[in-house]
Design a protein around this ligand. Structure first.
Ligand code: SAJ
Length: 441
Protein backbone atom coordinates (compact mmCIF):
# COMPACT_ATOMS: atom_id res chain seq x y z
CA UNK A 1 0.00 0.00 0.00
CA UNK A 2 1.43 3.42 -1.00
CA UNK A 3 2.72 5.25 2.06
CA UNK A 4 0.65 8.48 2.56
CA UNK A 5 2.87 11.50 1.77
CA UNK A 6 3.59 13.41 4.94
CA UNK A 7 1.70 16.72 5.08
CA UNK A 8 4.29 19.02 6.61
CA UNK A 9 2.06 22.06 6.35
CA UNK A 10 -0.71 20.58 8.50
CA UNK A 11 1.81 19.44 11.09
CA UNK A 12 3.42 22.89 11.23
CA UNK A 13 0.08 24.71 11.28
CA UNK A 14 -1.02 22.68 14.26
CA UNK A 15 2.30 23.26 16.06
CA UNK A 16 2.03 27.02 15.50
CA UNK A 17 -1.60 27.10 16.69
CA UNK A 18 -0.62 25.22 19.86
CA UNK A 19 2.53 27.38 20.27
CA UNK A 20 4.53 24.18 20.14
CA UNK A 21 6.58 25.26 17.12
CA UNK A 22 10.20 26.11 17.92
CA UNK A 23 10.97 29.47 16.30
CA UNK A 24 14.52 30.15 15.20
CA UNK A 25 15.63 33.75 14.75
CA UNK A 26 18.82 34.50 12.84
CA UNK A 27 20.15 37.93 13.81
CA UNK A 28 19.43 39.24 17.33
CA UNK A 29 19.67 42.96 16.58
CA UNK A 30 17.11 45.79 16.78
CA UNK A 31 14.68 43.65 14.71
CA UNK A 32 15.40 40.06 15.82
CA UNK A 33 15.57 40.60 19.58
CA UNK A 34 12.23 42.45 19.95
CA UNK A 35 10.67 39.80 17.66
CA UNK A 36 12.04 37.05 19.94
CA UNK A 37 10.45 38.79 22.95
CA UNK A 38 7.02 39.11 21.33
CA UNK A 39 7.01 35.46 20.22
CA UNK A 40 8.20 34.29 23.65
CA UNK A 41 5.47 36.37 25.32
CA UNK A 42 2.80 34.39 23.43
CA UNK A 43 4.32 31.06 24.38
CA UNK A 44 6.80 30.03 21.69
CA UNK A 45 10.17 28.51 22.42
CA UNK A 46 12.80 30.64 20.68
CA UNK A 47 16.14 29.52 19.25
CA UNK A 48 18.11 32.73 18.76
CA UNK A 49 21.30 32.69 16.70
CA UNK A 50 23.71 35.58 16.25
CA UNK A 51 27.31 35.47 15.02
CA UNK A 52 28.27 38.13 17.58
CA UNK A 53 29.72 36.36 20.65
CA UNK A 54 29.41 39.67 22.46
CA UNK A 55 25.64 39.77 21.92
CA UNK A 56 25.28 36.14 23.03
CA UNK A 57 27.39 36.78 26.14
CA UNK A 58 25.32 39.84 26.99
CA UNK A 59 22.02 37.94 26.65
CA UNK A 60 23.33 35.07 28.77
CA UNK A 61 24.16 37.62 31.45
CA UNK A 62 20.59 38.92 31.25
CA UNK A 63 21.74 42.18 29.69
CA UNK A 64 19.95 43.89 26.80
CA UNK A 65 21.84 45.93 24.18
CA UNK A 66 18.68 47.16 22.41
CA UNK A 67 16.78 50.24 23.64
CA UNK A 68 13.41 48.60 22.91
CA UNK A 69 14.14 45.50 25.05
CA UNK A 70 14.75 45.79 28.81
CA UNK A 71 16.93 43.62 31.03
CA UNK A 72 13.93 42.21 32.93
CA UNK A 73 12.54 40.64 29.75
CA UNK A 74 15.93 39.08 28.97
CA UNK A 75 16.30 37.72 32.49
CA UNK A 76 12.75 36.35 32.45
CA UNK A 77 12.91 34.61 29.07
CA UNK A 78 16.60 33.73 28.74
CA UNK A 79 17.61 33.02 32.32
CA UNK A 80 14.55 32.13 34.39
CA UNK A 81 12.01 30.54 32.05
CA UNK A 82 14.65 29.54 29.52
CA UNK A 83 12.10 29.80 26.69
CA UNK A 84 14.67 31.74 24.69
CA UNK A 85 17.85 29.83 23.96
CA UNK A 86 20.69 31.80 22.35
CA UNK A 87 23.84 30.68 20.61
CA UNK A 88 26.37 31.75 18.00
CA UNK A 89 26.11 28.27 16.49
CA UNK A 90 23.58 27.47 13.80
CA UNK A 91 23.36 23.91 15.21
CA UNK A 92 20.78 25.34 17.60
CA UNK A 93 18.43 25.58 14.59
CA UNK A 94 18.40 21.84 13.94
CA UNK A 95 15.30 21.70 16.16
CA UNK A 96 13.62 24.74 14.58
CA UNK A 97 10.18 24.46 12.93
CA UNK A 98 10.22 28.11 11.85
CA UNK A 99 13.18 30.41 11.10
CA UNK A 100 12.90 34.20 10.84
CA UNK A 101 15.89 35.86 9.16
CA UNK A 102 16.56 39.34 10.53
CA UNK A 103 20.13 40.12 9.46
CA UNK A 104 21.56 43.45 8.26
CA UNK A 105 21.45 44.48 4.61
CA UNK A 106 24.03 47.27 4.34
CA UNK A 107 25.71 48.79 1.29
CA UNK A 108 29.13 47.89 -0.08
CA UNK A 109 31.77 50.63 -0.42
CA UNK A 110 30.62 50.88 -4.05
CA UNK A 111 27.13 51.83 -2.75
CA UNK A 112 25.78 48.56 -4.19
CA UNK A 113 23.58 46.31 -2.03
CA UNK A 114 25.44 43.90 0.24
CA UNK A 115 23.20 40.85 0.82
CA UNK A 116 26.11 38.74 2.04
CA UNK A 117 24.53 38.44 5.51
CA UNK A 118 21.39 36.92 3.96
CA UNK A 119 23.48 34.61 1.78
CA UNK A 120 25.58 33.36 4.69
CA UNK A 121 22.49 32.90 6.88
CA UNK A 122 20.86 30.72 4.21
CA UNK A 123 24.10 28.83 3.54
CA UNK A 124 24.30 27.94 7.25
CA UNK A 125 20.57 27.22 7.40
CA UNK A 126 20.92 24.72 4.54
CA UNK A 127 23.48 22.86 6.66
CA UNK A 128 20.95 22.30 9.45
CA UNK A 129 17.87 22.20 7.20
CA UNK A 130 15.12 19.64 7.61
CA UNK A 131 11.85 19.37 5.62
CA UNK A 132 8.72 20.95 7.03
CA UNK A 133 10.36 24.25 8.02
CA UNK A 134 8.90 27.74 7.44
CA UNK A 135 11.44 30.44 6.57
CA UNK A 136 10.47 34.11 6.79
CA UNK A 137 12.91 36.76 5.54
CA UNK A 138 12.41 40.16 7.24
CA UNK A 139 15.57 42.00 6.19
CA UNK A 140 15.03 44.92 3.81
CA UNK A 141 16.14 43.90 0.34
CA UNK A 142 15.38 44.27 -3.35
CA UNK A 143 12.53 42.39 -5.09
CA UNK A 144 13.64 38.91 -6.12
CA UNK A 145 15.96 38.20 -3.18
CA UNK A 146 13.60 35.78 -1.40
CA UNK A 147 12.92 33.74 -4.53
CA UNK A 148 16.52 33.72 -5.76
CA UNK A 149 18.50 33.32 -2.56
CA UNK A 150 16.14 31.25 -0.43
CA UNK A 151 13.60 29.34 -2.54
CA UNK A 152 15.95 28.38 -5.40
CA UNK A 153 18.79 27.57 -3.02
CA UNK A 154 16.73 25.07 -1.05
CA UNK A 155 14.92 23.64 -4.05
CA UNK A 156 18.38 22.83 -5.43
CA UNK A 157 18.62 20.40 -2.50
CA UNK A 158 15.69 18.51 -3.99
CA UNK A 159 12.88 19.97 -1.89
CA UNK A 160 9.73 21.65 -3.24
CA UNK A 161 8.66 25.03 -1.89
CA UNK A 162 5.08 24.94 -0.63
CA UNK A 163 5.26 21.21 0.03
CA UNK A 164 8.55 20.23 1.73
CA UNK A 165 9.35 23.71 3.03
CA UNK A 166 7.61 27.05 3.21
CA UNK A 167 8.84 30.57 2.47
CA UNK A 168 7.48 34.08 3.06
CA UNK A 169 8.79 37.63 3.11
CA UNK A 170 7.65 40.17 5.70
CA UNK A 171 9.61 43.47 5.80
CA UNK A 172 10.77 44.68 9.18
CA UNK A 173 9.41 48.11 10.07
CA UNK A 174 11.07 48.62 13.43
CA UNK A 175 11.68 52.25 14.34
CA UNK A 176 14.23 51.94 17.16
CA UNK A 177 13.31 53.95 20.25
CA UNK A 178 9.78 54.74 19.04
CA UNK A 179 7.61 54.42 22.16
CA UNK A 180 4.34 54.51 20.20
CA UNK A 181 4.99 52.13 17.29
CA UNK A 182 6.63 48.86 18.34
CA UNK A 183 7.09 45.31 17.03
CA UNK A 184 3.85 44.45 18.78
CA UNK A 185 1.65 46.99 16.99
CA UNK A 186 3.27 48.02 13.70
CA UNK A 187 1.13 46.52 10.91
CA UNK A 188 2.92 43.68 9.12
CA UNK A 189 2.98 43.10 5.36
CA UNK A 190 3.33 39.45 4.31
CA UNK A 191 4.00 38.02 0.86
CA UNK A 192 4.53 34.27 0.35
CA UNK A 193 5.57 31.76 -2.32
CA UNK A 194 2.34 29.73 -2.19
CA UNK A 195 -1.03 29.92 -0.47
CA UNK A 196 0.12 27.29 2.04
CA UNK A 197 3.24 29.36 2.84
CA UNK A 198 1.07 32.41 3.30
CA UNK A 199 -1.27 30.61 5.69
CA UNK A 200 1.62 29.46 7.85
CA UNK A 201 3.28 32.87 7.96
CA UNK A 202 -0.06 34.53 8.74
CA UNK A 203 -0.66 32.03 11.55
CA UNK A 204 2.76 32.76 13.05
CA UNK A 205 2.52 36.58 13.09
CA UNK A 206 -1.14 36.70 14.08
CA UNK A 207 -0.20 35.07 17.40
CA UNK A 208 1.06 38.48 18.56
CA UNK A 209 0.02 40.98 15.87
CA UNK A 210 -3.48 42.21 15.06
CA UNK A 211 -2.91 44.13 11.85
CA UNK A 212 -1.54 41.98 9.04
CA UNK A 213 -1.70 42.97 5.37
CA UNK A 214 -1.37 40.17 2.82
CA UNK A 215 0.00 40.84 -0.66
CA UNK A 216 -0.02 38.44 -3.61
CA UNK A 217 3.70 37.82 -4.05
CA UNK A 218 6.96 38.03 -2.12
CA UNK A 219 8.14 40.65 -4.62
CA UNK A 220 5.21 42.92 -3.70
CA UNK A 221 6.19 42.65 -0.03
CA UNK A 222 9.87 43.34 -0.81
CA UNK A 223 8.88 46.33 -2.94
CA UNK A 224 6.44 47.75 -0.37
CA UNK A 225 9.23 48.36 2.14
CA UNK A 226 11.43 49.97 -0.49
CA UNK A 227 8.57 52.24 -1.59
CA UNK A 228 8.03 53.34 2.03
CA UNK A 229 11.62 54.48 2.46
CA UNK A 230 12.19 55.73 -1.07
CA UNK A 231 9.13 57.93 -0.50
CA UNK A 232 10.93 59.44 2.49
CA UNK A 233 14.29 59.87 0.78
CA UNK A 234 12.75 61.53 -2.30
CA UNK A 235 10.60 63.89 -0.22
CA UNK A 236 13.53 64.84 1.97
CA UNK A 237 15.48 65.48 -1.22
CA UNK A 238 12.62 67.67 -2.48
CA UNK A 239 12.56 69.79 0.67
CA UNK A 240 16.34 70.07 0.68
CA UNK A 241 16.30 71.33 -2.90
CA UNK A 242 13.50 73.77 -1.98
CA UNK A 243 15.74 74.94 0.88
CA UNK A 244 18.62 75.74 -1.44
CA UNK A 245 16.21 77.53 -3.79
CA UNK A 246 14.62 79.52 -0.93
CA UNK A 247 18.07 80.48 0.35
CA UNK A 248 18.82 81.87 -3.11
CA UNK A 249 15.52 83.76 -3.07
CA UNK A 250 15.87 84.99 0.51
CA UNK A 251 12.79 83.09 1.71
CA UNK A 252 12.56 81.33 5.11
CA UNK A 253 11.87 77.68 4.18
CA UNK A 254 10.85 76.79 7.74
CA UNK A 255 7.99 79.29 7.68
CA UNK A 256 7.02 78.04 4.22
CA UNK A 257 6.83 74.42 5.45
CA UNK A 258 4.87 75.44 8.54
CA UNK A 259 2.41 77.32 6.35
CA UNK A 260 2.02 74.46 3.87
CA UNK A 261 1.44 72.09 6.80
CA UNK A 262 -1.75 73.92 7.69
CA UNK A 263 -3.31 72.20 4.69
CA UNK A 264 -5.31 69.37 6.32
CA UNK A 265 -5.02 67.07 3.29
CA UNK A 266 -2.68 66.32 0.42
CA UNK A 267 0.49 67.53 2.14
CA UNK A 268 2.99 65.86 4.48
CA UNK A 269 5.80 67.99 5.96
CA UNK A 270 9.44 67.01 5.57
CA UNK A 271 12.22 69.18 6.90
CA UNK A 272 15.61 70.23 5.56
CA UNK A 273 18.77 69.21 7.32
CA UNK A 274 22.48 68.60 6.79
CA UNK A 275 21.63 65.40 4.85
CA UNK A 276 20.20 61.97 5.60
CA UNK A 277 21.64 59.25 7.82
CA UNK A 278 20.68 56.03 9.53
CA UNK A 279 20.56 52.42 8.41
CA UNK A 280 17.41 52.72 6.25
CA UNK A 281 16.76 55.91 4.33
CA UNK A 282 20.16 56.39 2.69
CA UNK A 283 20.35 52.67 1.79
CA UNK A 284 16.93 51.31 0.87
CA UNK A 285 16.39 53.42 -2.26
CA UNK A 286 19.78 52.26 -3.58
CA UNK A 287 18.65 48.65 -3.23
CA UNK A 288 15.74 49.50 -5.48
CA UNK A 289 17.69 51.48 -8.09
CA UNK A 290 20.32 48.72 -8.22
CA UNK A 291 17.69 46.09 -9.01
CA UNK A 292 15.81 48.35 -11.46
CA UNK A 293 18.99 48.78 -13.52
CA UNK A 294 18.92 45.01 -14.19
CA UNK A 295 15.66 45.73 -16.00
CA UNK A 296 17.24 48.63 -17.83
CA UNK A 297 15.21 51.03 -15.75
CA UNK A 298 16.97 54.10 -14.37
CA UNK A 299 15.11 55.51 -11.39
CA UNK A 300 15.83 59.21 -11.77
CA UNK A 301 13.98 60.23 -8.59
CA UNK A 302 16.24 58.02 -6.47
CA UNK A 303 19.41 59.16 -8.23
CA UNK A 304 18.37 62.83 -7.92
CA UNK A 305 17.35 62.52 -4.24
CA UNK A 306 20.59 60.68 -3.43
CA UNK A 307 22.54 63.46 -5.14
CA UNK A 308 20.71 66.32 -3.40
CA UNK A 309 20.68 64.67 0.06
CA UNK A 310 24.29 63.56 -0.35
CA UNK A 311 25.38 67.12 -1.12
CA UNK A 312 23.67 68.75 1.85
CA UNK A 313 26.77 68.51 4.07
CA UNK A 314 28.65 70.57 1.45
CA UNK A 315 25.78 73.04 1.31
CA UNK A 316 26.06 73.39 5.10
CA UNK A 317 29.77 74.12 4.73
CA UNK A 318 29.25 76.69 1.97
CA UNK A 319 26.65 78.50 4.08
CA UNK A 320 28.90 78.28 7.16
CA UNK A 321 31.75 79.89 5.26
CA UNK A 322 29.37 82.72 4.27
CA UNK A 323 28.51 83.21 7.96
CA UNK A 324 32.18 83.33 8.95
CA UNK A 325 32.90 85.60 6.01
CA UNK A 326 30.58 88.23 7.51
CA UNK A 327 33.12 88.47 10.39
CA UNK A 328 36.05 88.38 7.97
CA UNK A 329 36.90 84.84 9.03
CA UNK A 330 37.64 81.77 6.93
CA UNK A 331 36.81 78.13 7.62
CA UNK A 332 40.55 77.52 7.80
CA UNK A 333 41.57 78.09 11.40
CA UNK A 334 38.07 78.91 12.69
CA UNK A 335 36.83 77.07 15.80
CA UNK A 336 33.55 75.32 15.04
CA UNK A 337 31.34 73.41 17.49
CA UNK A 338 28.85 70.87 16.10
CA UNK A 339 25.81 70.34 18.33
CA UNK A 340 24.97 66.67 17.69
CA UNK A 341 26.84 63.95 15.81
CA UNK A 342 23.98 61.36 15.76
CA UNK A 343 22.10 60.84 12.48
CA UNK A 344 18.82 62.18 13.86
CA UNK A 345 17.38 63.69 17.02
CA UNK A 346 17.23 61.63 20.21
CA UNK A 347 19.02 58.51 18.93
CA UNK A 348 22.52 57.39 19.89
CA UNK A 349 23.25 56.08 16.40
CA UNK A 350 25.98 57.60 14.24
CA UNK A 351 25.62 55.35 11.18
CA UNK A 352 25.78 57.32 7.90
CA UNK A 353 25.29 60.45 10.00
CA UNK A 354 25.38 63.66 7.92
CA UNK A 355 26.70 65.47 11.00
CA UNK A 356 29.74 63.23 10.81
CA UNK A 357 30.17 64.13 7.14
CA UNK A 358 30.07 67.83 8.09
CA UNK A 359 32.71 67.07 10.74
CA UNK A 360 34.97 65.41 8.16
CA UNK A 361 34.53 68.21 5.62
CA UNK A 362 35.45 70.79 8.25
CA UNK A 363 38.61 68.85 9.10
CA UNK A 364 39.49 68.86 5.40
CA UNK A 365 39.16 72.67 5.41
CA UNK A 366 41.52 72.85 8.42
CA UNK A 367 38.84 74.17 10.69
CA UNK A 368 39.27 73.38 14.38
CA UNK A 369 36.14 71.35 14.99
CA UNK A 370 34.68 69.86 18.17
CA UNK A 371 31.31 68.32 18.88
CA UNK A 372 28.86 68.01 21.72
CA UNK A 373 26.33 65.15 21.78
CA UNK A 374 24.60 64.08 25.02
CA UNK A 375 23.88 60.63 23.53
CA UNK A 376 27.24 59.92 21.90
CA UNK A 377 30.11 60.55 24.34
CA UNK A 378 32.75 59.57 21.79
CA UNK A 379 33.28 58.18 18.30
CA UNK A 380 36.23 57.09 16.20
CA UNK A 381 37.38 59.19 13.24
CA UNK A 382 40.29 58.05 11.08
CA UNK A 383 41.58 55.88 13.90
CA UNK A 384 41.33 58.55 16.58
CA UNK A 385 38.96 58.63 19.55
CA UNK A 386 37.00 61.89 19.41
CA UNK A 387 35.27 62.86 22.64
CA UNK A 388 32.28 65.12 23.13
CA UNK A 389 33.09 68.45 24.84
CA UNK A 390 31.11 69.56 27.86
CA UNK A 391 28.66 72.37 27.26
CA UNK A 392 29.81 75.15 29.62
CA UNK A 393 29.69 78.95 29.08
CA UNK A 394 33.45 79.36 29.02
CA UNK A 395 33.66 76.54 26.47
CA UNK A 396 30.84 77.75 24.21
CA UNK A 397 32.29 81.25 23.85
CA UNK A 398 35.57 79.82 22.49
CA UNK A 399 33.92 78.95 19.14
CA UNK A 400 33.56 81.22 16.13
CA UNK A 401 30.34 79.43 15.24
CA UNK A 402 28.13 76.76 16.80
CA UNK A 403 26.37 74.58 14.19
CA UNK A 404 23.22 72.73 15.27
CA UNK A 405 23.60 69.56 13.20
CA UNK A 406 21.33 67.19 15.19
CA UNK A 407 18.33 68.55 17.02
CA UNK A 408 18.52 66.48 20.21
CA UNK A 409 15.86 67.49 22.75
CA UNK A 410 18.06 67.49 25.81
CA UNK A 411 20.55 70.21 24.91
CA UNK A 412 20.55 73.55 26.75
CA UNK A 413 19.93 75.69 23.65
CA UNK A 414 19.24 78.75 25.85
CA UNK A 415 22.76 78.47 27.30
CA UNK A 416 24.21 78.18 23.80
CA UNK A 417 22.23 81.23 22.62
CA UNK A 418 23.51 83.22 25.59
CA UNK A 419 27.23 82.44 25.15
CA UNK A 420 27.74 81.63 21.47
CA UNK A 421 29.10 84.30 19.12
CA UNK A 422 27.22 82.88 16.17
CA UNK A 423 24.79 80.00 15.64
CA UNK A 424 24.05 78.16 12.38
CA UNK A 425 20.82 76.25 13.04
CA UNK A 426 20.31 73.48 10.43
CA UNK A 427 17.46 71.85 12.43
CA UNK A 428 15.31 74.85 13.42
CA UNK A 429 15.72 74.16 17.13
CA UNK A 430 15.54 77.95 17.56
CA UNK A 431 12.12 78.10 15.90
CA UNK A 432 10.49 81.46 16.73
CA UNK A 433 13.64 82.83 18.41
CA UNK A 434 14.69 86.17 16.90
CA UNK A 435 18.38 86.91 17.34
CA UNK A 436 20.93 88.28 14.90
CA UNK A 437 23.29 85.58 16.20
CA UNK A 438 21.17 82.90 14.50
CA UNK A 439 21.35 81.91 10.85
CA UNK A 440 18.97 79.16 9.69
CA UNK A 441 19.42 76.63 6.91
N1 SAJ B 1 15.43 63.56 7.83
C1 SAJ B 1 15.41 64.85 7.30
N2 SAJ B 1 14.21 65.45 7.11
C2 SAJ B 1 13.03 64.82 7.42
C3 SAJ B 1 13.08 63.51 7.95
C4 SAJ B 1 14.29 62.91 8.16
O1 SAJ B 1 16.44 65.43 7.02
O2 SAJ B 1 11.98 65.43 7.23
C5 SAJ B 1 16.73 62.90 8.02
C6 SAJ B 1 16.99 62.53 9.46
O3 SAJ B 1 17.63 63.58 10.13
C7 SAJ B 1 17.89 61.31 9.30
C8 SAJ B 1 17.40 60.66 8.01
O4 SAJ B 1 16.69 61.67 7.31
O5 SAJ B 1 19.24 61.71 9.14
C9 SAJ B 1 16.48 59.47 8.26
O6 SAJ B 1 15.50 59.90 9.17
P1 SAJ B 1 14.12 59.05 9.42
O7 SAJ B 1 13.21 59.93 10.21
O8 SAJ B 1 13.62 58.49 8.17
O9 SAJ B 1 14.59 57.96 10.45
P2 SAJ B 1 15.14 56.50 10.26
O10 SAJ B 1 16.34 56.39 9.42
O11 SAJ B 1 15.23 55.98 11.65
O12 SAJ B 1 13.98 55.79 9.44
C10 SAJ B 1 13.19 54.83 10.08
C11 SAJ B 1 12.49 54.09 8.97
N3 SAJ B 1 11.92 52.90 9.54
C12 SAJ B 1 12.10 51.72 8.89
O13 SAJ B 1 12.70 51.62 7.85
C13 SAJ B 1 11.50 50.53 9.52
C14 SAJ B 1 11.42 54.95 8.33
O14 SAJ B 1 10.60 54.14 7.48
C15 SAJ B 1 10.55 55.57 9.38
O15 SAJ B 1 9.57 56.40 8.73
C16 SAJ B 1 11.42 56.42 10.30
O16 SAJ B 1 12.29 55.50 10.96
C17 SAJ B 1 10.57 57.17 11.31
O17 SAJ B 1 9.51 57.68 10.90
O18 SAJ B 1 11.05 57.31 12.44
Amino acid sequence: MRKKKRDYSQELLSKIKKRKAKVGIIGLGYVGLPLAMELAKVGFHILGVDVSQEKIRSLKKGKSYITDVNNDEIRKFVLRERCIQVSSSYNLLRKADVVCVTVPTPLKKTKDPDISFIVSAITELKRVFHPGILIVLESTTYPGTTREFIVSEIERMGYKAGKDFFVAYSPERVDPGNPRFTTKNIPKVIGAITETCRKLAYELYSTFLKNIHIVETVEEAEMAKLLENTFRAVNIGLVNEMTIMCERMGINIWNVIEAASTKPFGFMPFYPGPGIGGHCIPLDPLYLSYRAKMYNFYNRFIELATDINGNMPRFVLSKLSQILNRDKKSLNGSRILLLGIAYKANVNDIRESPSREVYRLLLNENAIVDYYDPLIPEFRESGKRIKSISLKPEVIRKYDCVVVTTGHSDVDYKLVLKYAWSIFDTRNVYKGVNSDKITRL
